[in-house]
Design a protein around this ligand. Structure first.
Ligand SMILES: [Zn+2]
Length: 361
């Protein structure tokens, strides 16, 4: 009890250093809610200073406006999560194995078809190439986020890779943040940094993977499809564009894609999924940074519809995410820079180029 009132006096003391406290709202039990005042021009700088002071004492403030009144809510910081370096490394190595196996598996499946046409493939080499390609897309996507966090002094965990069965070999990777970003610029950078990297890298990998792919006669392919030895892969628009550039398909032929091209395809799928404008996906951070709570229903509906066309599993995951609390950033009155607003136009472009409907209708 004593330490609680000590904490309360400390919060009052620190808050009072930066803002004029008008009154405290006792009606809420989650966090402490204060109505405060300061000159409009000073708000952002004062809030940054308040954040620094409170964070040192184990609290975090959240700034917003309600009916033209400034509100600061103060929460106790979440307990520091244990650094799970060993688990991170273990998952990384397991995912190396599962992605290698996924590439090996796809190559071996290709080999059953291609060997009859006198083409030899090396599943060991293909497995290795697939592993390197897909781990680069996912790893560098996460590195993009990590660098954005570093640039803004946000502490982030090591990426946790999620191993998966063939023919993906992985379900991607996640990083977690110790504290939410303070301002919308930071939130925007955090969101955009991963997808931009995976978008570019997926395009490059698709190009190289396409040059390694094989062309077989259409009739042979159709016969193999009927036997269930070949299946048609739906393609994102960008994949189709790059593939045709790297390996133009003459009439009467069909391409069997190399595992490296498959890694590019998966990279595009991951980029599209991450860009759906629903928190806490990357697209959700970007949407929150640019639009705040505006058009929330519209963006949510759009995400749910798009995710339905990608996969029912994705739709279920998104519905689950809808019920999770999302803080966005701490200073809800901050605005993203014009440069960032301009860059945000890339988001729908990347999403459309990488979008691939997989749900059978
Ligand atoms: Zn991401």
């Amino acid at each position: 009890m004593e330490s609680e009132s000590l904490g309360l006096s400390l919060i009052y003391y620190i808050l009072n250093k930066h803002f004029v406290i008008l009154r405290r709202d006792f009606s809420t039990d989650r966090g402490l809610k204060f109505y405060v005042f300061t000159e409009k021009k000073d708000i952002h700088k004062k809030f940054r200073d308040l954040y620094k002071d409170l964070a040192m004492e184990g609290f975090i403030p959240v700034l917003s406006r309600e009916n033209h009144e400034l509100i600061i809510k103060v929460y106790r910081k979440k307990k520091k999560k244990k650094k799970r370096t060993k688990l991170s490394l273990l998952l990384f190595f397991v995912t190396l194995l599962t992605t290698f196996y996924a590439g090996f598996f796809v190559s071996q499946r290709n080999s059953e078809v291609l060997s009859k046409l006198g083409v030899n493939v090396n599943p060991w080499m293909d497995g290795l190439l697939y592993m390197v390609s897909i781990m680069s897309v996912i790893g560098l996507h996460e590195l993009g986020h990590t660098l954005a966090c570093k640039a803004h002094n946000i502490k982030a965990s090591l990426p946790m890779f999620i191993p998966g069965p063939p023919w993906f070999g992985t379900f991607g990777a996640l990083i977690s943040l110790e504290d939410p970003p303070v301002e919308k610029d930071q939130l925007f950078d955090l969101g955009i940094s991963g997808p931009i990297v995976s978008f570019i890298l997926s395009a490059v990998i698709t190009y190289f993977g396409s040059t390694l792919s094989y062309l077989i006669p259409k009739e042979t392919a159709q016969a193999l499809m009927q036997q269930g030895k070949l299946s048609i892969l739906m393609e994102p628009y960008l994949f189709d564009l790059i593939f045709n550039l790297a390996l133009p398909i003459p009439p009467g032929k069909i391409a069997i894609i190399h595992p490296v091209a498959l890694a590019g395809w998966i990279g595009m799928l991951i980029t599209a999924l991450n860009l759906l404008p629903i928190p806490p996906l990357d697209g959700g951070h970007i949407k929150h940074a640019v639009f705040g709570e505006k058009y929330k229903t519209l963006f949510t509906a759009l995400s749910l519809i798009l995710s339905f066309f990608i996969s029912i599993l994705m739709l279920l995951l998104l519905i689950f995410l809808l019920f999770q609390p999302y803080l966005g950033c701490l200073n809800n009155l901050s605005k993203p820079s014009n440069k960032r607003k301009a860059v945000s136009f890339l988001v729908p472009v990347m999403l459309i180029l990488c979008f691939v409907p997989l749900t059978p209708i």
